[in-house]
Ligand binder design. Sequence first.
Ligand SMILES: [Zn+2]
Length: 313
Amino acid sequence: MKLVPILTLAALLFSTSISATELEPFPVQKIANNTYVIHGPLEQPNKTNKGFMNNPGFVVTKTGVVVIDPGSSVQVGRMLLTQIRTVTKKPVTHVLNTHIHGDHWLGNQAFSEAFPQVVIMAHPDMIRRAKAGEAEQWVSIMSKATEGESDGTRAVIPNKAITDKQILKIDGVQFRIHAPKKAHSFTDIMIEVIEESVVFLGDNVLYKRLPRMGDGTFKGNATACQLAIDLNAKMYVPGHGPSGDKNIITPFMNYLKIIYREVGKNYEAGMTDFEMKPNVIAKLQDYVNWSGFKQQVGKHISLAVLEYEADSF
Ligand SMILES: [Zn+2]
């Protein structure tokens, strides 16, 4: 009785695995009745993690699978598909991408290759920017960061736009889209899986890791965090870091608010970004152990100065 699934799994492993750049499987965690997440490493993309750093998820519907953010490369996408096959043999019908940053969506390729009919969806501005050149930039950023371990990846740009407040009814499951305007990247969607009481936050919320903020705003991102909290879901999946209840949102929201507030105070006192850095960092002691703090905090202060200045006019 058990022989058939094992043989099927072996066949799938061989048919989807390729070459020296294959990624070791990461464990799948079940976070709701039909919703699963692979929590990726917290480090920056590198040769060892082969660029894998986000939290790909999937929801099993009546006859198919909906994938959310299949990772930073074709290798990550194939690993995800292999792991989906440990849960279900149903076909992947849809892939949703939360925003423009390539660590979340370059894995699309694995799904368009395995399921040529798959519908890949994202914010209309994500699709526009990807087509305008950011897709190729991300392929090259990942190749450099992984020293070629992501090579073979090509950008498969989403083929259908989804907008704010839209409810996608996919095979008995409702996915409500929330698209905060000026949050992490100006291309963001958060995906509320209504029946599962799960929200995929994209990079509008990170937990125990800090993001690049160069494409977003501190105030708008904090507003998006509050919007997510107000959805009152049971389970939230951040773009990076562990999933949990709404308490995983508050620390990052506070981080954004502290930076903006403290930068404002010091700016009004006549300080430059460089001069105010120690004062602002002194207020961020809860975050010094978050992954990326040392690399990002200085940039965050400089960006918040620009945002505060622009808001003051
Ligand atoms: Zn991002």
